[in-house]
Design a protein around this ligand. Structure first.
Ligand code: AHR
Length: 658
């Protein structure tokens, strides 16, 4: 029998073990850096999916500007009192403009405003803003007396909110004309209209309308609000242009970077594979104009201070679609594209492709250091193609790093086969993808704790918690998913010696034109907001530190015990310790943190808290900051601090040390 005193101690001891209030201190060994955290650790993944590029970040407002869509007048309507059959014809002249053969031939008979015209509906309407200048341009040719164009933006009741006139002098050769005007209204879904005045035959092509308030005010540039979301993440790298779009549903539909640079009318348009991928989210008007092409991707990377990470086709089309293969004998041009891309990015201006880059306005090299070969490709066919790429690239650029695919899933036969083969090849990076339920993310926070420290490094190239199931329409960007990603990401950062890069996927989705959920940033024609997942990414990327340091409780890493997850880093430049803590339970917890191995800490630190009581909470256009970080001061006593970790919360603590 236990005496009264003994019983008291027994109960006390048991309560220490099981009660969180008596839980062990969390110990951060601030003077014991384990490994360096790559400056490019947290990056972004850009793909033209969900109207991410055309209709999204690429600010062109006219849909099907060159009449090259599968249905040449898609997005356009012909109209007017004098319009007769045959007055507006789409002509195809391959020999003259092989990459943009179609144009519109208009026959006008003493036409004036209201007689003969066209409207364009834009990408689910056109978002326009009061007081902003709109820049219109087109290519034309005609042989007769001068003609005129009246161009305008209208609201849904056909009220004109901005207009301009252009006179078109006779020109036998294709000529570009432009005019600008201001909008006097803000509209989510404006229309574009154009009336033709004059007499004769008029050929029209490349009819374009851009807002002037693009990113850095670049003509024909990108939507500045969307780029700003990316810049704010301070991403270490930008992976582009995909994704499955690299592979294409067959090889003819694969992404070819050389078709995406130079004059816009020479960038041969192609159907976007997401146009036909999901019957339940059909997008018949989804094409790639490549107005956002490889030069612009490199420029974007430079603008936002990120490393460029292009992914190239490896001679294999999407294995879920056609699984078409380029024969090994025909692989030469694919490999040449990779070699030429390195020269395009890095070659001096005396090289063929360096000269092309300089001609596009960027004589200085882009300093490309890595490239992916293949997206989600698998099997021995991938390995045999990849080996040829690797040999050719390393023969010319021995230090160049290659990102290699480990397939579509983070486990299973395909993954295991590739993991073994890629490690045998001493692959620089193995690209792992995880589209899994939130529970998987929580359970896999220690995935990399036992990965080999030597040899190939990991690129977590695409991941997102699927709150329903993989690629389901019912997936949500809710707090449950985002918190599970935060927990998982503590495991990535804790294993910075193994995982050198990571990116959430996909990046953008247009509310009226998406195919895939969840996504990091949602937009409509005028607005944009970051999801809870965005704020998780931002907190990691902007608080990454320079070196990973150990964080334990009871000598154990925090990777799920008591639903707590943690990682810690030293920021040698800022002289700070950064601790990230996820409480994935439905109960608040208070824990003490000991900063071991330091002389002293500043008495005040910063706590950035991302939290919501409801796991179902989401951000919306109406409530964009429903789940968003708040910052407060915390007190440090000597080397110790106490933190309250609310239920379902992600906390980042920054403490200055001496
Ligand atoms: O991110 C959406 C798609 O998911 C990507 O295109 C592909 O790589 C993955 O299967």
């Amino acid at each position: 029998m236990l005496s009264g005193v003994m019983r008291f101690f027994f109960v006390f001891l048991v309560s220490i073990v099981i009660h969180p209030a008596f839980a062990q201190d969390i110990v951060v060994k601030a003077n014991a850096p384990v490994s360096r955290i790559q400056p490019h650790m947290w990056g972004i993944f850009f793909e033209d999916i969900n109207m991410g590029a055309d209709g999204g970040i690429y600010a062109e407002l006219i849909k099907n500007r060159s009449f090259e869509f599968f249905k040449p007048l898609m997005g356009w309507k012909t109209q007017g009192k004098k319009l007769k059959e045959g007055d507006m014809l789409v002509l195809n002249q391959q020999n003259e403009k092989p990459s943009n053969p179609r144009f519109l031939r208009v026959t006008a008979r003493q036409a004036s405003v209201g007689d003969l015209g066209l409207t364009n509906e834009g990408f689910r309407g056109m978002g326009i803003k009061k007081g902003v200048r709109y820049d219109f341009s087109l290519q034309y040719r005609h042989a007769g007396a001068p003609m005129k164009l009246h161009v305008m933006l209208e609201d849904s009741l056909s009220n004109i909110v901005g207009r301009a006139e252009l006179s078109l002098d006779a020109s036998a050769a294709w000529t570009t004309r432009s005019a600008s005007f201001e909008s006097n209204a803000t509209l989510m879904k404006a229309n574009f209209r154009m009336w033709i005045e004059g007499d004769g035959i008029l050929d029209l092509d490349m009819i374009s309308l851009f807002p002037s308030d693009t990113w850095k005010g670049r003509p024909g540039g990108m939507r500045s609000d969307m780029v700003q979301w990316l810049a704010d993440l301070k991403p270490g790298f930008i992976r582009f242009p995909g994704g499955c779009i690299v592979e294409g549903f067959d090889l003819s539909n694969r992404y070819r970077w050389k078709n995406t640079i130079g004059p816009l009318d020479q960038r041969q348009l192609m159907i976007n594979r997401w146009n036909i991928e999901f019957p339940h989210r059909s997008a018949p008007d989804y094409f790639q104009t490549f107005g956002l092409g490889f030069f612009e991707y490199f420029q974007l990377a430079e603008d936002i201070g990120s490393e460029a990470l292009p992914i190239l086709n490896c001679g294999m089309a999407c294995q879920y679609n056609s699984a078409e293969l380029a024969s090994l004998d025909d692989l030469g041009p694919y490999i040449q594209d990779a070699l030429d891309l390195i020269e395009f990015a890095n070659g001096d201006t005396s090289t063929q492709w360096g000269r092309v880059r300089a001609g596009l306005g960027h004589p200085a090299p882009f300093n490309l250091k890595m490239m992916g070969i293949g997206n989600e490709n698998w099997g021995p066919q991938y390995i045999e193609r990849l080996k040829r790429f690797t040999t050719a690239i390393h023969a010319r650029y021995p230090e160049f790093r290659i990102v290699n695919s480990s397939g579509t899933d983070p486990d299973g036969e395909r993954f295991n086969y590739l993991d073994v083969e890629l490690r045998k090849m001493n692959a620089s990076y193995i690209d792992e993808h995880y589209y899994r339920r939130p529970e998987w993310f929580l359970q896999n926070a220690s995935r990399y704790d036992n990965y080999p420290r030597e040899g190939s490094k990991i690129f977590a190239g695409e991941y997102a918690a699927q709150t329903d199931r993989g690629a389901s329409m019912n997936n949500k960007n809710n707090w449950r998913g985002a918190l599970s990603e935060a927990a998982f990401m503590t495991g990535l950062e804790r294993n910075a010696a193994v995982v050198e890069m990571a990116s959430y996927a996909p990046l953008f989705a247009h509310a009226d034109g998406w195919q895939w959920k969840p996504d990091l940033i949602w937009v409509n024609n005028l607005q944009s907001y970051g999801t809870p997942n965005y704020y998780v990414q931002k907190l990691f990327a902007t608080n990454k530190g320079t070196h990973e340091v150990p964080v334990t409780a009871n000598n154990e890493i925090l990777a799920g015990r008591d639903s707590l997850y943690a990682c810690a880093a030293l920021d040698t430049a800022a002289g700070e310790v950064i601790i990230k803590l996820v409480n994935a339970s439905g109960k608040p917890v208070t824990r003490s943190i000991v900063l071991d191995g330091i002389k002293k800490a500043e008495p005040k630190g910063r706590l950035i808290l991302l939290q919501h009581e409801s796991p179902d909470a989401e951000n919306t256009f109406e409530q964009p900051l429903n789940v968003s970080p708040v910052e407060k001061e915390i007190k440090i006593q000597g080397k110790k601090l106490q933190v309250d970790l609310p239920a379902s919360s992600f906390s980042v603590i920054r403490v200055k040390i001496k």
